[in-house]
Ligand binder design. Structure first.
Ligand code: ZN
Length: 301
């Protein structure tokens, strides 16, 4: 048992320079990654519920983990675990009791002392960032579980409590779609938006969810477009060495992009609310998977 905890901790440390309680329980095989996903998505009320051993063994594992971290000289760092849901930030619960001391122990990561101050800061920012909102582009016709609006093939929807929600009911309908293909634009649009979401679609061929683009606030997108326009030349030069013949062309492309983006987002706007004659049971947005999509491709530790 102790050996397994130490082995899981060493593996995690070698892999990502920090170790969390999740690494220990997943690494020892006591916790399935699928359960971590469910917990992250708010489908499991507290994590201990999904750990496959009794409370005594859990606290023993945690003790061994902390002792190992102390001996290895790792630095403790508390991280907020936030639920992957819309609306106000909600902290995820680890323990059955919810006791603050136990919750803190679970939330504490142990970071490698080999990381520089800058790397450590970056890692902490990454670990503490709220999880992404995942919006699904549906492969089949569905219906919003709340307002009953039709969600035809290609519509964007959110899955909440295993039910599809249109973006109006999800309060995300003010966001606009940015297709993939321009990393600088996407990165900047996200940076300038207080709320954003990643769009994924199930690939039947690859049997997994794949990123399709992002949803951002219109003002954020405009600001990003302005920035991209202003340094299009410099970026093009960086890409192709010092000489830059294509900058003017890129500038023209950008100037025309506003209308192009508008045409990309027909489903972002509220769909017309016409009722279908008969109610259809909910089917997962992708393939034959009976489980509602869980956004595998974007799952974070
Ligand atoms: Zn709705």
């Amino acid at each position: 048992m102790e050996e397994r905890v130490v082995r899981a901790a060493e593996t995690a440390l070698a892999d990502h320079h920090y170790v969390s309680a999740l690494d220990i329980f997943v690494g020892t095989g006591l916790l399935a990654p699928a359960h971590v996903r469910d917990w992250r998505n708010g489908r499991i009320s507290y994590l201990e519920q999904a750990i496959q051993c009794n409370l005594h063994k859990i606290s023993r594992s945690m003790h061994v983990f902390r002792e190992w971290a102390r001996e290895r000289g790792l630095r403790p760092s508390e991280t907020a675990y936030l639920a992957r849901t819309r609306g106000p930030r909600r902290e995820l619960r680890f323990s059955k009791s919810g006791e603050p001391g136990i919750e803190r122990a679970y939330r504490t990561h142990f970071i490698s002392p080999e990381l520089s101050a800058m790397e450590k800061q970056r890692l902490q920012a990454h670990l503490g960032a709220p999880p992404e909102i995942v919006v699904f582009s549906t492969l089949r016709d569905l219906r919003c579980s709340q307002c009953q609006a039709d969600l035809p093939h290609g519509s964007f929807l959110l899955i909440e409590n295993r039910e599809p929600l249109c973006l109006t009911c999800a309060e995300l309908d003010h966001l606009v779609y940015v297709p993939p293909g321009d990393p600088a634009l996407s990165r900047r649009a996200r940076k300038h938006s207080t709320l954003s979401a990643v769009v994924v679609q199930f690939s039947r061929r690859r049997k997994r969810y794949e990123r399709q683009g992002i949803l951002v606030e219109e003002a954020g997108l405009e600001k990003a477009q302005e920035e991209c326009l202003s340094d299009a030349e410099a970026r093009a030069c960086r890409r192709s060495g010092t000489r830059c013949a294509g900058a003017a062309k890129i500038g023209r492309w950008w100037r025309g992009s506003r209308t192009r983006f508008a045409s990309y987002s027909p489903h972002v706007r509220p769909a017309r609310r016409t009722r279908l004659p008969s109610a259809r049971p909910f089917e997962a947005a992708g393939g034959s998977d009976a489980r509602p999509p869980g956004g595998h491709s974007t799952t974070r530790r």
